[in-house]
Design a binder for this molecule. Structure first.
Ligand SMILES: *[C@@H]1O[C@H](CO)[C@@H](O)[C@H](O)[C@H]1NC(C)=O
Ligand SMILES: *[C@@H]1O[C@H](CO)[C@@H](O)[C@H](O)[C@H]1NC(C)=O
Ligand SMILES: *[C@@H]1O[C@H](CO)[C@@H](O)[C@H](O)[C@H]1NC(C)=O
Length: 283
């Protein structure tokens, strides 16, 4: 039994005995995350309401959306990696943002021809140069803008935040540019991120970086940190050990440190949106 020597010891004993101090709060609950199993919705290919017509884009005429989650004031614009929303892991992660309380909308970005889902980026059947040329920002930006317009018309929504992975990670930063209508962004292992895109952000941005990323060298990551240091916007950058490019969405969750990093990157995004994506005004 602890000897009580002073008034302060007494206070400590009293506080330890008070049940209130024993209450445990769920800081982060992994039950919001699904790594496997069926996604909540299949693609809404036959639902005309969710197939947007594009008039200004000479390359793409319609955008199909994957819509999940409940109605909320803030919506998550989910921007996939190159494997697209047909990849189950992308749909499951979009659903996980839904379980975090956000209406989540993912445009189908690659018009039926996403990159193959294999984990090998050097898959010989995949011509990355050709893929990136075909899906360059002049093609993708209007698709994302149409999705943003759709979300803005959903009753009750007054703010949009973006969560993007690899290919979509770059676009999650691009949509923070002036006038595009997004308030805060999360980008996991963004590929091809340009200096002017980082310098042009008009809202809070957070990045999840992989230790070993063929799409972002250590020097590039440090350069991104230098650019963020000069930013007047709130920012953070987390580096996850034992991870490779893609871990935030397609990491191998049977490896404990990768599963942890994938979950932690999800919490990084949700906390960012809970903190910086609230409010009642359109940008
Ligand atoms: C990949 O695509 C580029 C651009 O279309 C082309 O120049 C190149 O030859 C292709 N590479 C292979 C290995 O097919
Ligand atoms: C950050 O700002 C400083 C001071 O203006 C400048 O010297 C430096 O080059 C900037 N860093 C980057 C990465 O642009
Ligand atoms: C995931 O990791 C486990 C354990 O190391 C391994 O057996 C499995 O082949 C990996 N799966 C993929 C798709 O790489």
């Amino acid at each position: 039994m602890t000897k009580i020597h002073s008034f302060y010891d007494l206070l400590l004993v009293v506080s330890l005995l008070t049940p209130r101090t024993l209450a445990k709060c769920p800081v982060t609950s992994v039950c919001a995350i699904a790594h496997t199993g069926p996604s909540i919705v299949s693609l809404c290919l036959n639902n005309n309401e969710r197939v947007l017509k594009l008039t200004a884009n000479p390359h793409i005429h319609t955008v199909t959306l994957y819509v999940t989650g409940k109605h909320s004031n803030t919506a998550v614009l989910y921007l996939t990696d190159a494997t697209g929303i047909v990849q189950p892991e992308n749909r499951l992660l979009a659903d996980s943002f839904g379980r975090a309380g956000y209406l989540t909308v993912a445009p189908v970005l690659f018009n039926g021809t996403p990159a193959p889902a294999g984990r090998d980026p050097y898959n010989p059947s995949f011509n990355q140069t050709e893929f990136l040329a075909r899906h360059n920002p002049t093609v993708i930006d209007p698709m994302i803008d149409a999705t943003i317009r759709y979300i803005r018309n959903v009753p009750g929504i007054n703010r949009i935040v973006a969560s993007g992975y690899c290919f979509g990670g770059r676009h999650a930063v691009r949509v923070l540019a002036e006038g595009r209508g997004v308030s805060a962004s999360f980008a996991a292992h963004p590929a091809l991120l340009q200096d002017d895109e980082i310098l042009g952000v008009t809202g809070p941005v957070t990045i999840a970086a992989a230790e070993n990323d063929f799409a972002m060298s250590i020097d590039q990551r440090r350069h991104i940190e230098d650019l963020l240091l000069n930013s007047t916007q709130p920012y953070s950058l987390s580096l996850y050990s034992g991870t490779e490019h893609g871990f935030g969405v397609r990491g191998n969750v049977s490896i404990p440190k990768i599963k942890f990093a994938k979950e932690e990157a999800y919490f990084q995004a949700v906390r960012w949106f809970d903190t910086w994506g609230k409010g009642s005004k359109w940008k």
